[in-house]
Structure formats: structure tokens, C-alpha cells
Write a protein that binds this ligand. Structure first.
Ligand code: PLP
Length: 385
């Protein structure tokens, strides 16, 4: 069987139709969109078209979209950009944010901002009581992700945004994992800012966008030629932006078919793993989760060893622990769910995508139990249990 890719939360293959749409903008239609000549105007019109697509798919206006070099930059622009002109006050983020938000919040903390990290329950959902209690008179901004990249839990963003607004704070959501997988409408969510990224939805890497609601005051991170309505200077990544526009269009068009199919595949995988491997728990919310995300804590194994054995058998998965720079700390997200550290070490994330099949899931279900068995037999903890 050919290798099976089950790591779509990390990144996705570029759709050939996206690649095809991008290709002319490298060698032929390579103009700089700021130039008034024909080549420049062609590039400008391609960027405008992509902006119109992205905006329409989010229910936003075209002048509310700022193209960035990916999700990380969009998150940083949201946090630093909206707070830059204010006196340091208070910022609220969830305890399960991606490092792009978490580290930006920590950096703001270093600049005098107080940060509250609101806990989540055992399913990974923001604790509403703790959330309400976190607000202060000087709370300026809240950032809670739409869906989690490790355990897949979808947050009640509309409700959380409403509360933030009642308290007079702005609300940003990192929707990098959600856009393209779930319907995302900025008015239904009621958010002020929303981040997305191309490479999670079969588009190119290094391109993303920040939605900024009209009237939200933002300072740029980058100063220069004043592109993107002065909010993101730098010559536009025209092929990337074109790719993002096409990728989002294709993902949203296919969603009515892909989403239920992925949910069925995911549920088959979850049920199969829980039935065939003892001492495994599902991580994340049982139903309010990304269509393709199946995450587990496998007791008495190291997530990293499991990942490598599965890789050797042709299955690309993630340990979910994102051993940052060689650290063997279990994932902070898994720990935030209250999973015991010794269990959090055995986290496994399987993230399915639109090209995956039932045969691939079944092959994985056959491959996994003997590998877990073998690893457990080598574990002193397992022998002592
Ligand atoms: N936010 C979330 C939830 C993510 O999963 C990722 C990607 O891993 C990012 C932000 C960062 O996006 P990018 O890789 O485009 O910088």
C-alpha cells in the first residue's frame, strides 16, 4: 500500500488545481501589483480577485482582509497590532492556544500587559465560569481559537465573543484549523479579527490572512511601502495569494460533501482504535471537534516512538506533543485538558484529509495494535502496572 498521510493538521498537500492557478504568476505574470503598467495591473487584479474570494467566503468585506505570510503573522498582527497604541492593560487567552498566540501573549506580558490563560474542561472547551471571571475593567482583548490544532475541539466562539463585547473587549479568533473544514462566517461568530492560513486547506505555505472588522484600529507590524492598506507593507506574495483564494474556494465548495465523509471516517477510526487497543482514551470533545481530527492518549507508550514506528509502516501521523526544540515535555494542550503527564506522553494525533479513504483507515486499525503492544512490552511502567 502506498504511504498514508494522516497529518493534515500539520499541513496539507497543495491541490493540483491550486498549483495550476498559481503557476503563471511565477515566470509569466510576475508583475509587481504596485506598478501601473500592464504586468502590474494584471498582478493587482489577481490579488483583488483573491481578496474578493476570501472575503466572500468569510462573509466579510473586501477591505476587511489583510494578506499576511501565514497564520503566525496573522495572529501576531491581531495581538500586537490591536494593542500597540494602548497603555498596557489586560489580555485574555485560552490555555490551549497555538504558540503563535501563546508566545505573542507572553511577549506582550514582557511589555507590561497582564495575561490571563483561561482553563479548559476535560474535553478542551473553555471553562465559561473562569472565562467570565477573568475580565477586568482594563481587559482590552480576548483571543480564543475557533478549533484546536492538537485535540480538535471546537470552541463556542460566538458566545465567548458576545461576552467579551459586553465587557468592552475586542475578540480575536485563530481559525487556522477551522477555515476550509467548517463553515466560518465572521458575522455569525461576531469576531473583530480572525486568522487563517493557506497550507492547512490545500493551499501554499507562507500565505494567510487576517480579517479585521471595519472600525477596528490596528497598527502594522511591518513598516515600508504601505501595501495592504498600510497594514502589511511588503510586495505582495502574488502566487501565494492567488493560491490561497483558489484553495479556499475549492475547500468551501467541497465542504458539503467532504465534511460528512471525513466525520464518518474519523468516527470509524476512533471507534476502531478504542475497540482494538486497550487503555486508550479519546482526547478532545467527543462531537464538537474538527471533522478530520482523532486524538488519543495511549497509556504506557511514548508518542514519539509510536509516531516513528507508524512512519516506518507508511503511516504519517503526529505525536501531538510537538516536542518543541527537542524538549520531551508532553503537549501543553493535552496537559491543559487535565490528562496526567504520564498519559499525556503517549499522545497520538491522526488528522484526516479529503483524499483519505476507508481502506487507509482500516489498514491503520490493523497496523496500530501490534505496534502499541510491542512498545508496551518494552515499557518498565507497563510491566509494573
Ligand atoms: N494557529 C494554528 C491553530 C495552527 O494550527 C497553526 C499551524 O500550525 C498556526 C496558527 C500557524 O500557521 P502558519 O503555519 O501558517 O504560520
Amino acid at each position: 500500500m502506498k504511504p498514508v498521510y494522516f497529518d493534515h493538521a500539520a499541513t496539507t498537500p497543495v491541490d493540483p488545481r491550486v498549483f495550476e492557478a498559481m503557476t503563471p504568476f511565477f515566470c509569466e505574470r510576475f508583475g509587481n501589483p504596485s506598478e501601473p503598467h500592464r504586468l502590474g495591473r494584471e498582478a493587482r487584479s489577481a490579488v483583488d480577485q483573491a481578496r474578493a474570494r476570501v472575503a466572500a467566503l468569510l462573509g466579510a468585506g473586501e477591505n476587511e482582509i489583510v494578506f499576511t505570510a501565514g497564520g503566525t503573522e496573522a495572529d501576531n498582527l491581531a495581538l500586537f497590532g490591536s494593542l500597540a497604541r494602548l497603555q498596557p492593560g489586560h489580555l485574555v487567552v485560552s490555555a490551549v492556544e497555538h504558540p503563535a498566540v501563546m508566545e505573542a501573549a507572553r511577549a506582550l506580558n514582557g511589555r507590561g500587559w497582564d495575561v490571563d490563560y483561561v482553563p479548559v474542561d476535560g474535553d478542551g472547551v473553555v471553562d465559561r465560569e473562569a472565562y467570565r471571571a477573568a475580565f477586568r475593567d482594563d481587559t482590552r482583548l480576548v483571543s480564543v481559537m475557533t478549533a484546536n490544532n492538537v485535540v480538535g475541539t471546537v470552541q463556542p466562539v460566538a458566545e465567548l465573543a458576545r461576552i467579551a463585547h459586553q465587557k468592552g473587549a475586542l475578540f480575536h479568533t485563530d481559525a487556522v484549523q477551522a477555515v476550509g473544514s467548517l463553515p466560518v462566517d465572521v458575522d455569525e461568530l461576531g469576531v473583530d479579527m480572525l486568522s487563517l492560513s493557506g497550507h492547512k486547506l490545500h493551499g501554499p505555505k507562507g500565505v494567510g490572512a487576517l480579517y479585521v472588522r471595519r472600525g477596528t484600529r490596528l497598527q502594522p507590524l511591518l513598516h515600508g511601502g504601505g501595501q495592504e492598506r498600510r497594514l502589511r507593507s511588503g510586495t505582495e506574495n502574488v502566487p501565494g495569494i492567488v493560491g490561497l483564494g483558489v484553495a479556499m474556494t475549492l475547500a468551501c465548495e467541497a465542504m458539503p460533501e467532504v465534511r460528512p465523509r471525513l466525520e464518518r471516517l474519523r468516527d470509524r477510526l476512533v471507534a476502531g482504535v478504542l475497540a482494538r487497543v486497550p487503555e486508550v482514551t479519546l482526547l478532545g470533545h467527543p462531537t464538537d471537534r474538527l471533522p478530520g481530527n482523532a486524538a488519543f492518549a495511549v497509556r504506557y507508550v511514548e508518542g514519539e516512538s509510536l509516531l516513528l514506528r507508524l512512519d516506518a509502516r507508511g503511516f504519517t501521523v503526529s505525536s501531538g506533543s510537538a516536542c518543541a526544540a527537542g524538549s520531551d515535555e508532553p503537549s501543553p494542550v493535552v496537559q491543559a485538558l487535565g490528562v496526567r503527564p504520564e498519559d499525556a506522553h503517549g499522545s497520538l494525533r491522526v488528522s484526516l484529509g479529503r483524499e483519505n479513504t476507508e481502506e487507509e483507515v482500516d489498514a491503520f486499525l490493523d497496523a496500530l495494535p501490534p505496534i502499541v503492544d510491542e512498545l508496551r512490552r518494552m515499557s518498565p511502567l507497563y510491566a509494573k502496572r
